[in-house]
Design a protein around this ligand. Structure first.
Ligand code: MG
Length: 159
């Protein structure tokens, strides 16, 4: 059995006049996140974790932000494509543990919906996807509400 872990990290900045999309879910808030795609910081970190676990590089290599095809792209596209590549290597995802770091907005009411959305993208039981949401106690850029950070870990297995 070949068992591997992967880790992914991402940050995006809050800006006016954009929708806030986290884990594929539209979150009502006065700011959205800046980025070439829909700037879904959580899905970007998860995509990197999956690619990393399989030794397949990172999201920027596969989906460069210089490519106009990915302008305003729905980031579930990156995640699903990355998992396809991982599966092509003979691996399946056992579980993903995800962290969103943000002072605002409050995400506790959206965690289950985000887990459900991600489990749907990956074709996995929701019990294998866990999301926690935390703050940095008003410290640093997330504490100043300048943006959102996300961290993901995954375990992939080849039988
Ligand atoms: Mg990103």
């Amino acid at each position: 059995m070949d068992i591997r872990t992967g880790i992914g990290f991402d940050v995006h900045k809050f800006v006016k006049n954009r929708k806030l999309i986290l884990g594929g879910v539209l979150i009502p808030y006065e700011y959205g996140l800046q980025g070439h795609s829909d700037a879904d910081v959580l899905l970007h970190s998860l995509t990197d974790a999956l690619l990393g676990a399989a030794g397949l590089g990172d999201i920027g290599e596969h989906f460069p932000d210089s490519d106009d095809r990915f302008k305003n792209a729905n980031s579930s596209f990156f995640l699903i494509k990355a998992y396809d590549l991982v599966k092509k290597q003979g691996f399946y995802l056992s579980n993903a543990d995800l962290v969103i770091i943000a002072e605002k907005p409050k995400l506790s009411g959206f965690k289950k919906e985000i887990e459900a959305e991600i489990s749907r993208y990956l074709g996995l039981d929701i019990s294998r996807i866990n999301l926690s949401a935390t703050t940095t106690e008003k410290l640093g850029f997330t504490g100043r509400k300048e943006g959102v950070a996300a961290l993901s870990t995954v375990l992939i297995i080849k039988d």
